[in-house]
Design a protein around this ligand. Sequence first.
Ligand code: 5GP
Length: 258
Amino acid sequence: MVFNLLNFQLNFLNSEATQLLNDSPTMKTIAEGNTKVILEAENPTQIVMRFKDTASAYHGIKRATIEGKGALANRISARLFGVLAEAGVENHFVRLLSDNEQLCLKTEVLPLRVIVRNVAAGSIVRRFGIEEGTEFRVPVYEMNYKSAQLDDPFLNEHTAVAFGFVSYDEMALISQTAHRANEVLIKFFDSCGIRLIDFKLEFGRTPDGRLILADEISPDTCRLWDRMSGQRLDKDRFRRDMGDIIEAYKEVCERVKG
Ligand code: 5GP
């Protein structure tokens, strides 16, 4: 348990240049990362998530300010968490508060990322030398430990249990939730003319011990390709200097609005 907490705190301090800040006179800042600020909410069981206009890649080595990105990611994430909730996938989203802010349940976010892949792109292409765009027979599930300093090392369910992050039962729940979220999101994006190539999920523990989906789901955390043209509608436009980032995020926002 001590190991778990220590690692959690270390990871929390190291991840994506997170700093603990307490300087806002109105809403107290709990933490700030590259793309979001977490603020205290009036209700102590909730937090306010404020999306910034910052784009960040490669552990923050590549950064830029892209006006309007925060508002688009906020709206898209709200819509996607809404779609998941309607399908019975429990998550932390409560409601939109403003252009850049949403109210969420307060959770202790696990120090790991779950990656779900339907089509080969990004790091799996580099690691395995497979062709980008190759469809997998079944979804690929991967997990990494959130530590920019350690270059986000991979871990498996046994490592996650051995390190005290989760129990085996919780690991099973995480797998089921990731699988279900993938099914729901593939279908939803398909109805919007978008292929869900891959995405990242984060899980948070509620005060009463439940694990639910947390953080964000947006073009910052997914690869989304236009079904007809194959056009990239996600953060790869920033990573790969493809331009038209805001146009792509706007396109996704329009299509998921319903
Ligand atoms: P890859 O491993 O190919 O870089 O990423 C796989 C998927 O997970 C992509 O959709 C990517 O956007 C998302 N992802 C993986 N790690 C991170 C991360 O640290 N931050 C964000 N925002 N997304 C990530």
